[in-house]
Structure formats: C-alpha cells, structure tokens
Design a binder for this molecule. Structure first.
Ligand code: FAQ
Length: 311
C-alpha cells in the first residue's frame, strides 16, 4: 500500500540510497525529476546553437575540430538526459513537442548571442564552469539514472571548461585587439552565467522540496557563491577583469562579495524575451521538421524488421 511504499521511499532517501525506475516514488518526485531532467536535456540541445554558429568560422583546423567535438558532446549529453527522463514515463517526442511549442524551459544562458570567436572561450570558461559547479553535486542526486548520467557529463564538461579557458588565455596574451575581444566576451557573459544558478534562494519555489528529496544537494545561492569563488582567481591568471565593481574578497565570510544581479533581465529571458529566444526555437523547430523523413524512415524500417521476426 501507498503508506508503506512512502515509508520505504523516505527511508531510502534518508539512508542516501538510490531510487531506480521500477521503484515506487511519489508522483510529485516523478514530476519534479521530469521537469528538471527535461529542462536540462533541452538546455544541452539548444546549447549547441550558440557554439554551432562558429564551427564554420573557427580560426584554425585544430580549433574547428575541438569545437566540433564539444558540440557533439552536448548532443550526447542531451540524449543521455532524454533517456534518463524517459525512465520516468515521458517520451522524447512529447518533450521535443513541448520544446518547439515553447512550453518547456531550457537554461536562460543559451538565449544570448555569440558575435565573436572570443565568445567560444567565454562559453567554455564561464558557462561550462557554472555547469560543472551545478552538476557535480547532481552526481549524488537520489534518482539513479540521472546521477549516473551526470558522472560522464561532468567529465566532459571539465574538458569543455579547460578548452574555453585556453581560448581566452591565448587571446588575452595575444594582440591588443585580441585581448579586447576576450575582455568584451567576458563582460557580456559574466552576469548571465551567474543567472544560470537560478533565482535567489528566497525566490526559488522548488528548492526546499528538491533538497529534501536529495535531488539538489546545495541551494542556488550556495552554488553561485562557489562559482564566483572558483572563477575570480582564474580571471587573474587570464589577466581579464570581471565586470563587477563590487567584487571583492570578504575576509570575515571567507568568500568573495559580489554585486546585485539584474533579476529583471533574468525574468524577461525566462518569459521568452531574451535576445535570441525566438531564433533558438525557430532553429530547433526547423531542424526537427527537416529530420521528419529520417524518423519516418527509421519507424518504417523498425516496423518491417519486427514483421520479419514475427513471421
Ligand atoms: N534558466 O525553483 P527554482 C548546460 C526556472 S548547463 C531557465 O530555483 P529549480 C551545459 C526553474 O526551472 C545548463 N529557467 O528551480 C552546457 C523554475 O521554473 P519551473 C542546464 C530557470 O529547478 C554548457 C523557476 O525558474 N543545466 O546545459 C533557470 O529548483 C555549454 C524557479 O527556479 C541544468 O539544467 C535558468 N537559469 O532550480 C551546454 C542543471 N533557473 O520549472 C552547452 C540542472 C531557474 O518551476 C554549452 N538543473 N529556472 O517552471 C538544476 O540544477 C535546476 O533546475 C536549476 C533551477 C538550478 C537550474
């Protein structure tokens, strides 16, 4: 009965155990995971676009092959995550429909444009850096398929972060114009990267329950602070500044203080009014429409194969 199943579920969570697809789970736990894993999958897939924009224009063959590998990794992450969400009883077609109809969320960060090559560096360094801070604790999420997917994803994100840092390092040690291009990219990506962690804890309706279920292990603000503390020393190595006059070490707290985030901008982006929201969804829809014949052919082939096996 449900009370007994609930008690077993609670005990498993308390004991740091894992919940697996066939286990009983509260409906709200299932819904929260579908929401978070689905959004995460969509972020990876939409996240291919800002960088895909530069594959044909990468400054060298080496840079081009690295960038292609990175964007392919993102496609792979999206696919593991869609598979993890499918174990909860939603199918990928439904999730894709929600994305292209604009009813599903994906990370705010991918609604910003990538006008220069230095943006590839800033995305790797800051966006993947933020992704790692947020995702390493998710390797211990209570839902088994999500936690296991995160292990491999985090390893790949580390490489992505390192390659972004290296792009910026080369630019910031290059000509004046290159250094200025690197600084401009960092100026544009810094604040949106801080927004990736979500609203402040006091405004985060899902946090308390997700933390009680051990899906989230740290709050949005805790992870944001961890990211700032990790990134400031790296900016010094790069010789680039972070665009926040209030950023300074606080001896008492043992953390960097930082300025106020523009939450109005964050809310606008979430409402679909960021700089690239329309473009991102339009591109995703076009790719989906253009791929219709592949899905039809694959289904026809699968149906034919299963008829043959049945005979
Ligand atoms: N953008 O109550 P909370 C990557 C929504 S990394 C858009 O705090 P929660 C790698 C939130 O969904 C990026 N929406 O929510 C990569 C909720 O709305 P809902 C993806 C946001 O879930 C790098 C509402 O605000 N990473 O892709 C954002 O407890 C480079 C209230 O917020 C993940 O998805 C936002 N930034 O905490 C790829 C990580 N923040 O659903 C390519 C997994 C909040 O109630 C290139 N996700 N919202 O309508 C999480 O850790 C959590 O879902 C949070 C939000 C922390 C994002």
């Amino acid at each position: 009965d449900t009370t007994e199943a609930q008690a077993e579920f609670d005990a498993r969570i308390a004991a740091e155990g894992r919940i697996e697809p066939r286990d009983w789970m509260p409906e709200a736990y299932r819904k929260t995971l579908i929401r978070q894993i689905g959004q995460h999958a969509h972020s990876e897939i939409i996240g291919m676009q800002p960088e895909g924009n530069w594959i044909t224009r990468a400054p060298s063959l080496k840079r081009k092959s690295i960038l292609m590998a990175k964007v392919q990794d993102e496609a792979g992450h999206g696919l593991y995550l869609y598979s993890a969400a499918e174990t909860l009883g939603i199918d990928r077609d439904t999730m894709t429909e929600q994305l292209i109809e604009g009813t599903a969320r994906y990370s705010s960060i991918f609604n910003y444009p990538t006008p220069t090559w230095a943006d590839m560096g800033a995305i790797g360094w800051l966006v993947d850096g933020a992704a790692i801070c947020n995702q390493v604790p998710l390797c211990r999420a209570s839902y088994g398929p999500y936690a296991r997917a995160m292990v491999r994803i985090c390893k790949e994100e580390s490489f992505h972060q390192r390659q972004g840092f290296e792009i910026l390092y080369e630019l910031s040690h290059g000509t004046e114009a290159q250094k200025a291009m690197a600084q401009d990219a960092v100026d544009r990506w810094w604040w949106p990267s801080l927004m990736m962690f979500g609203p402040p804890d006091a405004d985060s309706p899902n946090s308390a329950q997700s933390m009680a279920w051990k899906i989230k292990r740290f709050s949005n603000d805790e992870l944001r602070q961890r990211f700032v503390d990790m990134t400031v020393p790296q900016s010094e190595v790069l010789g680039l500044t972070l665009p926040d006059p209030d950023l300074k070490w606080n001896e008492d707290r043992g953390h960097y203080d930082f300025g106020e985030i523009d939450w109005t901008e964050f809310k606008e982006v979430l409402k679909g009014r960021g700089p690239c929201n329309h473009l991102r969804i339009a591109n995703r829809k076009a790719a989906h429409d253009n791929g219709a014949w592949v899905r039809e052919a694959a289904s026809a082939y699968a149906a034919k194969q299963s008829r043959r096996t049945a005979d």
